[in-house]
Design a protein around this ligand. Structure first.
Ligand SMILES: Cc1cc2nc3c(=O)[nH]c(=O)nc-3n(C[C@H](O)[C@H](O)[C@H](O)COP(=O)(O)O)c2cc1C
Ligand SMILES: O=C(O)C(=O)c1ccccc1
Length: 387
């Protein structure tokens, strides 16, 4: 591979070095993948306004997210099975994020545990919660997140039931993988992945071991999720969890103005406008299209963040200019991890940061915190009504 300069370069390396089952799990959406595709292509529809002869010395990307200082307003999104993309993947991603100065979010469905990550980092990280039927698990994991000093709870509300993901079903996705003949043949070409995996003991879902039954021996991720996740979760549950946690609360998976209003009313510190990277309701609109109306409705009451589709610093700038206070990236950093481990996550952050900085300058702006719609050219029908 020649010099790496884009997220797409990392994606190609990720594909080459990672078992097909896990690469496909990352690089796919649900059903027809319409929403997954829209997330990226809708960013492409927005263009930038070139401005000239503006003093561009002393530029800054420094900002805050829920009151925490960040090198740029971006956080690493919670990504389940990160430790299957690379051995100890959550620890590696958390370390890269910490060194860069952006928050890392640890998924409930992680291979490394809360304690594993806390032990290998020095700054607080965010913890993402999936609500399961087993109430003891919820109480227990909230306590563990508190003990580990997590500075925010990211409560995901768009996945009490898993969207249909055809690739995962066809690949027989599990963690660790079952050693079927096609899996063995695939692993033969991904030997570095295998060696690193043999050198760590972290190969199953360590946050939920001992609570969610059958986790060490699941037949498929989808049937296991259906058994364990609590389909009864509602706004009442959210209120109770907020009380139980007592700290900063971020609600993830908001894609509708009415839901955003509920989140603001409940007193969330931030919401993440998200369609889960096109992995849940296929046919939902892209996050960037939904963002302006949500910012207009609740932007003065709650921090509005956005994820789904961000693959560059230009995408990030567009989201900020459309009104987001910050963004999250999922696949963009997982490609880095799968390509080059911790160094790859750092590379992904550097690529995005550089793109953000240069784009800002060429748009005649110096401060990431003052980006607004004036830097964009948005097609007239971009936010057109869908009835
Ligand atoms: C492989 C993968 C696993 C994910 N697992 C989780 C998860 O465990 N919890 C969660 O809240 N979101 C999860 N997400 C969604 C991300 O947090 C985020 O919303 C999404 O990746 C953003 O879209 P992007 O990948 O286009 O940046 C996952 C996404 C991917 C790609
Ligand atoms: O894959 C996902 O998007 C996700 O959030 C998830 C859900 C259940 C188990 C593991 C990951």
């Amino acid at each position: 591979m020649s010099v790496i300069t884009t997220i797409d370069d990392l994606k190609k390396l990720h594909k080459r070095r990672t078992p097909k089952m896990f690469y496909d799990y990352c690089e796919s959406g649900s059903w027809t993948e319409q929403t997954f595709r829209d997330n990226e292509s809708d960013f492409d529809k927005i263009r930038l306004r070139q401005r000239i002869a503006v003093d561009m010395t002393n530029r800054t990307t420094a900002s805050t997210l829920i009151g925490e200082d960040v090198a740029m307003p971006l956080a690493l999104a919670p990504v389940g099975l990160t430790g299957m993309q690379r051995a100890d993947g959550e620890i590696k991603a958390a370390r890269a994020a910490e060194k860069f100065g952006v928050p890392f979010t640890l998924s409930t469905m992680s291979i490394c545990s809360i304690e594993d990550v806390a032990e290998h980092t020095t700054k607080p990280f965010w913890f993402q919660l999936y609500v399961m039927r087993d109430e003891d698990y919820v109480d227990n994991i909230i306590e563990r997140a508190k003990r580990a000093g997590c500075s925010a709870l990211v409560l995901t509300l768009d996945l009490q039931i898993l969207g249909q993901r055809h690739k995962d079903l066809k690949n027989g996705l599990t963690a660790p993988p079952k050693m079927t003949p096609p899996v063995i043949a695939d692993l033969a070409t991904k030997w570095r992945w295998g060696i690193e995996m043999l050198q760590t003991k972290r190969r199953t879902f360590r946050n939920i071991v001992g609570h969610a039954k059958g986790v060490e021996n699941m037949n498929s991720l989808s049937s296991w999720t259906a058994e364990q996740f609590d389909p009864a979760l509602d706004w009442d549950t959210v209120r109770k969890l907020k009380e139980k946690w007592g700290g900063k609360l971020i609600l993830k998976g908001i894609l509708d103005v009415e839901d955003a209003k509920m989140a603001a009313e409940i007193g969330a510190d931030a919401i993440i406008v998200s369609n889960h990277g096109g992995r849940q309701l296929d046919g939902a609109l892209s996050s960037i299209r939904m963002l302006p109306s949500i910012v207009e409705a609740v932007g003065d009451r709650v921090e509005v963040h956005l994820d789904s589709g961000i693959r560059s610093g230009q995408d990030m700038l567009k989201a900020l200019a459309m009104g987001a206070k910050g963004v999250m990236i999922g696949r963009a950093y997982i490609h880095g991890l799968g390509a080059m481990g911790e160094a790859g996550v750092t590379k992904a952050l550097e690529v995005i940061h550089k793109e953000l900085d240069i784009t800002m300058a060429l748009c005649g702006r110096r401060d990431v915190n003052t980006l607004d719609r004036d830097v964009l050219l948005v097609p007239e029908d971009f936010e057109g009504r869908w009835v």
